[in-house]
Design a protein around this ligand. Structure first.
Ligand SMILES: [Zn+2]
Length: 97
């Protein structure tokens, strides 16, 4: 079972974990989500690609999606309904930007 490396909260899906309010990642993740909302709106509802945050890097490492000696990691952000989706872009998704 994959858990948050900071608060041991359970993994939900993608980069979403059920963080406890005392989790070191809770506030950074909330701030990232708010910033992504603004980026998404500024991009007129189209997916946004940006650099991963330090917190996202730690979560991706916990998920085994990136190696510890990874290069820079990009994150593709979309909102479907009210749900925040973050993925590492593939060549296919990049073409759809
Ligand atoms: Zn956590």
């Amino acid at each position: 079972m994959i858990i948050c490396p900071s608060c041991n909260g359970p993994h939900l899906e993608g980069l979403r974990f059920q963080h406890r309010s005392i989790c070191d990642f809770y506030n950074p993740e909330a701030q990232t989500q708010a910033a992504d909302h603004e980026r998404f709106r500024a991009n007129r509802g189209r997916p946004v690609t940006r650099d991963a945050t330090e917190t996202e890097i730690l979560l991706l490492e916990a998920l085994g999606e990136i190696d510890p000696d990874h290069d820079a990691v990009a994150i593709r952000v979309t909102f479907h309904g009210a749900i925040w989706h973050r993925t590492i872009p593939t060549e296919e998704t990049q073409e759809n930007l």
